[in-house]
Design a protein. Structure first.
Ligand code: PLP
Lengths: 153, 411
């Protein structure tokens, strides 16, 4: 059960059950759809960036998906608020590293902060796409390709 | 009572499939993803290595001994397939890469040349993407329309609606014999009768029926039948298209190349006789030979035992899983092959699949290449357990136990 408990940590299960920042953001200036055809996961990410300060003021998401994709989206939204776009991109890179590093490389968990909950994902390569969907969609939203569908398949 | 007919016990059958004794995450493998692909018995695996160890060579080309042996085995396999589905002639059996290629061949060589604007192609709401997309492509090119037979809430074709859709505009009916996602067995024989009464040819997608139901193409009277070797205990990359000779004779080749020609000059090429006209290039020789061996193996187990055992598993699976609170079946047709699709309240199939895997249980989760069917039921995905004759009730118990663990974890 060890790998499983690592994947489905309490934090993940909690965010799955009670997703934070769930809903729409009608006044947003960045928005994108994401879709994983393999499992049918759908997500929409709404971001509003303050034009003057360049800071992310608010983020919301909605959609249907597995526990991993939903929790990942929820945790992502909590990490983004107050960040600059550059910081958001850096977070995305860090996240990618966390979920794809091979298990022997033992990353410095202290530096990962909240992203550490995603460490379990890398033991389940089939689930990396689930965890990444919201993040790819967020990057797409920031690039403001409003119409495009992003796909992790 | 029926036990007397058995040639092998279930233990002996399982011993024929070496992979079934491996461990997954430290647990015995419980392989319930047979609708995706079946495991291979050692008789089939050995046939492939025998080919490469002893008589690998190209077919229909050499005068040397090896080529003769390979050609003989390849053609013997074609006869095995012909007898298996009771086709009239070996000329009606074409080796392809699989169901997908078989359907594409019919779409391009049979339907497309005669398709005009306003014509229709008729399929059902429960088709696999490979029985949707090839038709969309030819319809788009020709300005024809794809029409879809609706299904009811149990996952059965609504027959009256089907009859209404059978108009003179329809140029082909292409229908799954068995649904890969929910296991419904469609009344293809009755559908073929109705279609033929209006002069409409019919393709049966037998990808999910060939391994469960005895098929007799002369009894069905289908014009075309497509299936994949890998779902009937043979390797991937080999499949079959059965087509009535009268159609094949009129159809232009699907691909051009070697072996499908009789004479070639830069001015004019004449095509080879049937079925070689439709087998361009060097084919999957070892795959075709192994398919023959897989069918021989299948016959040695016997369709009688196979259908009895698989219906028992289906019934047992339904009864054991229906005791689990929060579990809902998707697809409850009266006539079903041994496929069970289900949902768990509030738990996504992907999470179920991962957790079952850790217990050694292999199931399919997702849309099963049938997005329109998922949409019909208003769900994003399901978890699917599909049984073969080598599965056991004990394995279904492991599945049920593992599902209970998933529910506990997420509660
Ligand atoms: C009903 C049905 N049709 C067609 C196919 C496509 O078969 P293949 O991918 O082997 O060509 C499948 C495979 O899953 C199937 O289940």
């Amino acid at each position: 059960m060890n790998e499983l408990q690592e994947l489905y940590q309490q934090v993940i299960l909690d965010h799955n059950k009670n997703p934070r920042n769930f809903g729409e953001l009608p006044q947003c200036n960045h928005h994108a759809h994401g879709h994983n055809p393999l499992c049918g996961d759908q997500i929409e990410v709404f971001i509003s960036v303050d034009e003057k300060s360049g800071l992310i003021e608010d983020v919301k998401f909605k959609g249907a998906g597995c526990a991993i994709s939903k929790a990942s989206a929820s945790i992502m939204t909590t990490l983004l608020k107050g960040k600059t776009i550059k910081e958001a991109r850096k977070l995305f890179d860090d996240f990618r590293e966390v979920v794809t590093l091979d298990s022997n490389s033992n990353p410095d968990v202290m530096n990962l902060g909240k992203l550490a909950v995603f460490c379990g994902v890398r033991e389940f390569p089939a689930r990396v796409k689930c965890a990444s969907l919201a993040w790819h969609t967020m990057i797409n939203a920031l690039e403001n390709s409003d119409v495009e569908q992003i796909s992790t398949e | 009572m029926t036990i007397a007919n058995r040639t092998k016990t279930i233990e002996e059958i399982r011993a024929d499939f070496p992979i079934l004794s491996r461990l997954v995450h430290g647990k015995p493998l419980v392989y319930l993803d047979n609708a995706a692909t079946t495991q291979k018995p050692k008789q089939v695996i050995d046939a492939i290595s025998d080919y490469y160890l002893n008589y690998n060579s190209n077919i229909h080309r050499g005068v040397h001994k090896l080529s003769q042996e390979a050609t003989d085995e390849y053609e013997k396999s074609r006869t095995t397939v012909k007898n298996f589905i009771n086709a009239h002639k070996y000329q009606e059996i074409i080796f392809t890469r699989g169901t997908t290629e078989s359907i594409n061949l019919v779409a391009n060589s049979f339907v497309k040349p005669n398709l005009s604007e306003g014509d229709e192609v008729l399929i059902s709401n429960m088709e696999h993407h490979s029985n949707i997309v090839p038709w969309q492509l030819v319809c788009e090119e020709k300005g024809a329309k794809l029409r879809v037979i609706p299904i009811n809430d149990t996952g059965e074709i609504i027959f009256e609606e089907f009859e209404k859709l059978l108009t003179e505009k329809v140029k082909i009916l292409s229908i799954a014999h068995v649904s890969n996602s929910i296991g419904t067995i469609n009344p293809v024989k009755a559908m073929i009768e109705k279609a033929h009464a209006k002069g409409i040819p019919v393709l049966v997608d037998a990808a999910q029926s060939i391994q469960h139901i005895g098929i007799d193409v002369q009894d069905l009277q289908c014009d075309f039948l497509a299936f994949s070797g890998h779902k009937i205990y043979a390797p991937t990359g080999i499949g079959v298209l059965f087509a009535k000779e009268q159609h094949l004779k009129k159809m232009p080749p699907y691909q051009g190349g070697g072996d499908m020609i009789s004479t070639v000059s830069f001015e004019k090429t004449t095509y080879n006789e049937l079925p070689y006209k439709f087998e361009a290039g060097t084919t999957n020789i070892e795959g075709a030979i192994a398919l023959g061996k897989a069918i021989e193996y299948f016959n040695s187990i016997g369709i009688g035992f196979i259908s009895r055992h698989e219906s028992e598993l289906l019934e047992y699976g339904h009864s054991v899983l229906s005791e689990i609170k929060g579990l809902r079946f998707i697809g409850t047709a009266e006539q079903k092959a041994s496929v069970i699709s289900f949902l768990l309240d509030g738990i996504h199939p992907h999470d179920i699949g991962t957790m079952l895997d850790v217990d050694g249980v292999a199931v399919r989760t997702g849309q099963h290449c049938a997005e329109p069917l998922m949409k019909r039921f208003g769900i994003p995905a399901t978890t699917r357990a599909s049984f073969s004759f080598y599965n056991t009730k004990e394995e279904i118990n492991v599945l049920a136990e593992s599902i209970r663990k998933v529910i506990k974890m997420f509660s």
